[in-house]
Design a protein. Structure first.
Length: 346
């Protein structure tokens, strides 16, 4: 049964985080700075917006999501709630943080609290992160900071130590499936597939419902994985160059490609380990089982580590072409294994 907080807070899952925030609001002991950690599309921004509503809500139960304050925040039209992001740039620059600090020094204009949401906080430049420390250490009255990040290791320890951390983990697949059916009126069969493909990130499934190009794009990217597995270094390097050029224009799209690769090779690992029922790419199940026969368990595990290292290196602004070429060199060779070889790898 849904609790009162679950109904008021328009958040699917993440019950522990919601309960902590609701309790802090009720007791008047909410920290002035939060760090919401979790993968993309897991619900960090949704939770942050709900907290911003609760801090400015005019209703008896907060957030009521019905009053003028809540409605304006939901429509991104509230003068006291500001989202700061990279806007296509490599970093969140110091000028953005200085502008935020100036706004924070002013009294709330339309509501009771000013709320600043820093989306992609791990991409704060070194200068902007140090500049932010002033507000984190001595926040003005009625000012709340909410940092959203995927990788806390890329944040300065001094920033981490001044924030209350809330980790949002991927939701169980049945929870995503139920939400799609109940709140978005998705047919059960489609909801089941989208829930698996989402890897527990409801936001991705909702985006895929609204924009069918996401699924088409995903299919094209999976086709590229299969093609690269059977070609030589020349074509692999050409693809690395293509991704590197794309990275300079749209970092997020390249990181999405590599995340999809991680999911694909993780599925191969699950199949080789006898756990095929837990694969993500359920619509490619037959292909996955065929592909799994061509790789050793050790080779798959090593390449997943290479992918994760490449993603982290790109997050740290390493040379994209070099990172991606090294990744192509580390891709395991595709060869048919005998039963004896497979058992020896396990």
């Amino acid at each position: 049964m849904l609790s009162k907080e679950d109904v008021m807070w328009q958040v699917v899952g993440h019950e522990v985080a919601v309960a902590l925030l609701a309790r802090g609001l009720k007791n008047g002991k909410l920290p002035h700075a939060f760090l919401f950690l979790g993968p993309r599309h897991v619900g960090k921004m949704t939770l942050a917006m709900n907290l911003a509503k609760a801090l400015n809500c005019e209703g008896d139960e907060k957030p009521c999501c019905m009053c003028s304050q809540c409605q304006r925040i939901a429509g991104l039209k509230h003068a006291d709630v500001q989202v700061i992001g990279r806007d296509g740039r490599a970093e969140i620059g110091i000028d953005q943080i200085r502008e935020m600090e100036h706004s924070a020094s002013l009294r709330p204009f339309a509501g009771r609290n000013r709320v600043f949401i820093i989306d992609g906080a791990e991409h704060l430049s070194h200068e902007s992160a140090n500049c932010l420390l002033k507000t984190l250490e001595e926040p003005p009255p009625n000012v709340h900071l909410i940092l959203l990040a995927e990788n806390e290791r890329l944040l300065l320890p001094t920033v981490l130590s001044r924030c209350q951390k809330l980790e949002l983990r991927p939701l169980p697949v049945p929870v995503v499936e139920r939400a799609l059916i109940d709140h978005w009126e998705v047919l059960p069969e489609q909801a089941s597939v989208l829930a698996r493909l989402s890897s527990g990130c409801l936001g991705w499934a909702v985006d895929a419902l609204a924009d069918e190009r996401l699924l088409v794009e995903r299919a094209e990217r999976l086709a590229a994985i299969l093609h690269l597995s059977s070609v030589g270094r020349g074509e692999r390097f050409a693809y690395a160059t293509h991704l590197a050029n794309q990275f300079t224009k749209n970092r997020e799209s390249v990181l999405e490609v590599l995340s999809l690769w991680v999911n694909w090779w993780r599925d191969l690992l699950l199949i080789k380990g006898g756990c095929g029922d837990f694969t993500t790419n359920i619509d490619q199940e037959a292909t996955l089982y065929l592909e799994a026969e061509h790789y050793s368990l050790r080779g798959v595990k090593t390449f997943i580590e290479s992918l994760q290292h490449a993603i982290e290196s790109l997050d740290q602004n390493a040379n994209p072409r070099l990172v991606l070429e090294v990744l192509m060199l580390s891709m395991p060779k595709r060869s048919l294994l005998t039963t004896h070889t497979y058992l020896s790898e396990v």
